[in-house]
Ligand binder design. Sequence first.
Ligand code: HEM
Length: 136
Amino acid sequence: MLQFGQQDASFQAAGGYEGIRQLVNDFYQIMDHSPEASAVRGMYPEDLSDARDKLTCFLCGWLGGPRLYSERYGQISIPTFHARWPIGEAERDVWLSCMAEAIERQTWLAVFKTYLLQQLRIPAERVVQASRASKI
Ligand code: HEM
């Protein structure tokens, strides 16, 4: 059996495009309604439709599924893209905690939930480093 991270095992464990779309919808809904997340929410445009589609497409490819982000929007470096916003440890933790809550809402295997949150910490940390480096 494939491990998460091999081929499209993670994409399948997430329920494919529809499963990832649901995660991202929940993620932005949580961010939109959580008072603790208001400063981070304020970095995004009022209308989250584009952000929803872009994060869904990105995560599909990132989890080993179809590379929808590069097909639709071109190449992206997640740290470089985010460097324009002041994202420190506090903002990273808000983002990750909205993601943790969204992951918890999914009907996924518990081991996959734990795995996904751990994996997301890696780019989230790189975003903080890139944001910090761009302000020096
Ligand atoms: C560390 C905390 C993070 C914060 C505070 C944050 C915040 C943001 C903000 C403000 C935008 C811009 C929305 C817009 O102007 O349209 C954005 C876009 C995006 N973020 Fe993040 N982000 C974080 C981490 C991540 C991580 C870890 C990933 C990937 C795993 C990610 C993937 C994306 C993608 C794909 C976009 C859309 C890019 C585009 O417009 O083409 N973000 N994020």
